[in-house]
Design a protein around this ligand. Structure first.
Ligand SMILES: C[S@@+](CC[C@H](N)C(=O)[O-])C[C@H]1O[C@@H](n2cnc3c(N)ncnc32)[C@H](O)[C@@H]1O
Length: 306
């Protein structure tokens, strides 16, 4: 078999492996990823193949083959992750519309535009289908404080927009939103005037919580701390950080959620995530303080009283 034919076969086989592993990938993108991997490691491939009369079956036995497969999968994974990150390009139109709806006192219209805005962020868009159920349950198990008290939202994304879903009913006294994403915080900041009108004090802080978790000490005497879809990621990036964040939070109730479905592969990870949250709560000595645990929509939710 000529080298060119073998390389073509290799590309086709690795691309097909990617499509099996990541069904959401398009065939064109799979080929593009594999071709870039093969081109990057072409000299190593040639070193193995040159002078040997080898078919694809034999090449599969080489560690280089396994390496190429792994590398293609790695690149596909990061491509899909990136593809899923927030794109807030259309935010300004929805911000304007929320402002004009609020000026007319039309809360239904505020809600409709807020939903469109929330859809621009991956995390909040995943929650849209069950957002009312979610907020209702969290409010109930935090003694109504989610809708009326002082709320700290850790790695908040666009979640601090939740009062706009029902402005006549959801009026927390204070929302502190912390995130490292300046663009996301900018979207919320553009609506400060609306929060003013509703009598909600909003404080936004751009901070890297992986590096500086101790900034959480600045916020004391709170009612509810939301840690939505962040803690496991933080723990994975910096082992021990999950426990640290939990110990630093000074709030009557802490709400921890994790997704039940993995972002890229769309696999059911509910068992794993439930175990993670539970062991974290156990290590913090708060197992007895769980006031709610369950699945709402596609999130595992634990609420503990501190
Ligand atoms: C999966 S999203 C969850 C957003 C929000 N809590 C929600 O559930 O709608 C993770 C958020 O963590 C933020 N984030 C990631 N790394 C961070 C860090 N080191 N410090 C602060 N925020 C971070 C991201 O910008 C993103 O908004």
């Amino acid at each position: 078999m000529s080298l060119d034919v073998l390389i073509e076969e290799l590309i086709a086989e690795l691309a097909s492996d990617l499509l099996d592993e990541y069904p959401r990938l398009s065939p064109d993108k799979a080929s593009e990823i594999v071709e870039s991997v093969v081109s990057r490691y072409k000299s190593r491939i040639l070193r193995v193949l040159t002078g040997k009369r080898m078919g694809i079956e034999e090449f599969r036995r080489y560690s280089l083959y396994r390496f190429l497969k792994k590398e293609a999968r790695r690149r596909a994974y990061y491509y899909l992750r990136k593809f899923k990150t927030s794109d807030l390009a259309g935010a300004s139109g929805f911000i304007d519309s929320i402002i004009s709806c609020m000026d007319k006192g039309d809360y239904e219209c505020v809600r409709a535009s807020a939903i469109e805005l929330l859809k621009l962020h991956v995390s909040s868009s995943e929650r849209i289908d069950y957002i009312d159920e979610f907020l209702g349950a969290v409010n109930k198990y935090t003694s109504g404080l989610l809708f009326s008290g002082k709320v700290l939202d850790i790695a908040c994304g666009l979640n601090p927009l939740y009062p706009l879903l029902d402005p006549s009913r959801i009026r927390p006294e204070l929302i502190i939103g912390i995130d490292k994403d300046r663009v996301v915080l900018g979207v919320i900041k553009a609506l400060e005037r609306i929060y003013d009108k509703l009598g909600i004090r909003i404080v936004l802080r751009e901070a890297d919580l992986l590096r500086y978790p101790d900034i959480l000490r600045d916020y004391t005497g709170l009612d509810v701390a939301l840690i939505l879809k962040f803690l496991h990621y933080a723990e994975r990036m910096r082992p021990g950080l999950g426990d640290r964040i939990l110990s630093l939070v000074d709030a009557k109730y802490v709400v921890i959620t994790e997704p039940t479905i993995s972002l890229v592969k769309r696999r059911d990870i509910s068992f794993r995530e439930k175990r993670f949250i539970k062991s974290l709560i156990e290590r913090s000595g708060m197992l007895e303080n769980i006031v709610y645990s369950g699945i709402i929509g596609s999130e595992i939710v634990f609420i503990v009283e501190k």
